[in-house]
Design a protein around this ligand. Sequence first.
Ligand code: FAD
Length: 432
Amino acid sequence: MSAHAAPPCPPAADVAVVGAGAAGLATAIFAAEAAPGARIVVLEGAAKIGAKMLVSGGGRCNVTNAVVTAADFNGVRPIVRNVLAAFGVDATIAWFTSLGVELKREETGKLFPAANTATAVVQALVARCLVLGVTLATGCRVAAVGRGDAPGMLRVHHAHGALDASRVVMATGGRSLPKTGSDGAGWEIVARLGHTVTAPHQALVPLVFTAGAPFAALAGISHPAELATFAHGKLLDRRAGSLLWTHAGVSGPVVLDASRHWVIAAAAGARPELRLSLFGDEDFAAVDRRLLALARERPKLSLARALAASVPERAAATLVRVGAALEPATPIARLTREERRRAVHALTALPLPVERPRGWNYAEVTAGGVPLAEIDQRTMASRVVPGLHLVGEMLDCDGRIGGFNFHWAWATGHVAGRAIARWLRAAGCKGD
Ligand SMILES: Cc1cc2nc3c(=O)[nH]c(=O)nc-3n(C[C@H](O)[C@H](O)[C@H](O)COP(=O)(O)OP(=O)(O)OC[C@H]3O[C@@H](n4cnc5c(N)ncnc54)[C@H](O)[C@@H]3O)c2cc1C
């Protein structure tokens, strides 16, 4: 979204930010606020700014969460912790207020713009850039970054020429939703400069079942569930939350959060197993005891009715039918010990027939990217290329669902922007 005709990209600047997504815009704003007059150019490959933000959070942009800790991220925890310490939730809320965007907190802890639309966020970020004199050069896809002619300068090669800057910020995102412009090209650019790029994988992505999986009747139903991901018999991840059955497989917050573990293990050839339990806080033995007691107290009660008291009836019925080959209408007292145990197994540890993640067009975020060890967490500066900084999703850090990925974008942008401003001031940059 840009309300103005994109200015041409100038040949020189103090700071060049590659990518006008959440992290790139935040970096430019924080740098410009702390180094007034600095020449800051944001080069964006897409024709318009904000495509991904506009579709995020169901079009409402879940910008952060009431509680954000390093445990909400997959990444090197001490580094994540330090970045979050530099720009926490209160600072984020205050920052949005300063941009004119009031936030409201929902019951889940997610924070959204009070206006209930992502447009408010994109417009505020763009407006702030313009007020601060940041040049937003859209339609300006960057192909490479190299050395400039003058010592200490970097040269950004883009669709319309080249731009020399003393600081270059890579904010090109990951690979999710490539039609928005985030297609992983930024990693190729930094890899050519000597950075490592950990293989990117789809994360926060719905999972697709093998063809003909017998769960179609549940499509559209959601309920609380616990998911455990195993590979080679080892538990990789266990979490609870809301699960949504879809026509193709499963989705919903608990699936999206678990998906990265399944996807990464599958890519490593581990044949991971995703096991579903309808009884999150009760194990096999507890559920077995419960059914046994019910069989004594109310022998005529059907298996389906017995389960309905504590778990969603339709899901439970399908699980015992599919996973235990039992008729849910069977009175529980009639079940043999072996049948009862089969039913309990289907209800507490049913392997789901996952075939694959749904695809990059449905993945909300990317797992993988430039290792955090290759940046200085106090400045987001590259430890490989002097003058280069890296922010946002292109780093090897992905958050769970709930506003954490945007928080990472703002926080890394804050750390980089403020550090760059300090550097510009120390270097005596006065701008134009
Ligand atoms: C459907 C969807 C919903 C989401 N909802 C939420 C949510 O509600 N809350 C949340 O926290 N997270 C959400 N996310 C994740 C969140 O959007 C991302 O983690 C976040 O946008 C990452 O910000 P970024 O600036 O690092 O990268 P991006 O937002 O991907 O921005 C990168 C920018 O760089 C540009 N670019 C790429 N390559 C080049 C190049 N070579 N030259 C020039 N420009 C380039 C791209 O066009 C893009 O504008 C969602 C993601 C998706 C896909």
